[in-house]
Design a protein around this ligand. Sequence first.
Ligand code: HSE
Length: 437
Amino acid sequence: MSEALRVGIAGLGTVGASVVRLVTERAAELTRQCGRPISIVAVAARDRSRDRGISLDGMEWFDDPVALAKSKDIDVFVELIGGNEGPAREAVKAALDAGHHVVTANKALLAKHGLALADAAEKRGVLLNYEAAVAGGIPVIKTMRESLAGNTVLRVFGILNGTCNYILTRMEAEGISFEDCLADAQRLGYAEADPTFDIEGNDTAHKLAILTSLAFGTKIAADDIYMEGISNITQADIRAASELGYRIKLLGVAQKTETGIEQRVHPTMVPTASVIAQVHGVTNAVAIETDILGELLLSGPGAGGNATASAVIGDIADIAKSRPGFQHGPVFGRPAKELAPCKKAKMRAHAGGYFIRLTVYDRTGVFAGLARRMADNDISLESIVQHSDRDTGSDRKTVILVTHETTEAAVRKAIDGVTKDGHLVDTPQVIRIERAG
Ligand code: HSE
């Protein structure tokens, strides 16, 4: 039997505690699968006395994650601290500099410093594995980095945030308020420490930035992502979407366009009959369209202790199975030095269909005025629905427009025009429609 792989884990929150428990409980099976034992020899966390429901017997305790990262007694450093700066960044850098393999679930860190860290890992010849950083337990990194070799990716999109999907699903199915759904997602351990990262789209953007780099061989460009969250989605939008044959999902989408690479995160209408519309609750899904394969859809648990721990353990097992001299693939699928700049596509050039919900004053000429503004901007309408005062009050009406394919620029100009005409009672709601199979 080969020597044990010695693992140090920094961060014993929901995910860290699950990793410790599962690796301990499944030690014999992991040994059979990897050909050597995996031994958690050390841990680092802030509070030593906290009861986490796991045994830390035989594991060295570190108060300082950077000290653990530098320890000569580990082979792998597992970073489960979170955050794109501070202890997480310092510890990962220190571990790579010390020649240790690193496993991390930290999407924010990779979105900001992934390129530099990948370069450091590749120079040292160590692995930087991060399956758990994107879409929880779904093996999307491995799929994109290994299984799709030779494919040209055309578009990658998905439901990448379990908290948002959980909220939207329950708002639709049970009519529960946004706030109550969010509180439940926090209680269940899905949400980030700061849940605005979930609901305003940052978490999805971090994950999308990583997928974009893998998909298109480009440098990570998280700052180029267009981002809107779900906090202004109302029951009125959800009901209107359903009446028109759509469901609202927070999607991250990256695609090659004529003007560059489009990266966007926003609430999106997907056809109710599409496969991605059937992805409910905390489940995530990633669709990858390639020239050879067509569309591949992976779905599975996207957040929570066990789902994320499953991906972390898979990454540790890969390291346990690797051998000295074995050439590991580059961190982002191509050598970090060869990743191309990510040329940003202009959001105003985005082409697609749009759902527009307007609350207007109920008076003569409003409908005609709306239609004129659309026509003036070459926007062709697929449907136009006027509701009586169900949601609004007697002197106002809800008008819902669904456009055929048009551009973001045209829609913004049309909405500006309608606003100037003085017909609107409040801020228009505009939701992009995504083609999905
Ligand atoms: N807060 C994240 C989510 C956790 O809800 O998906 C997994 O990254």
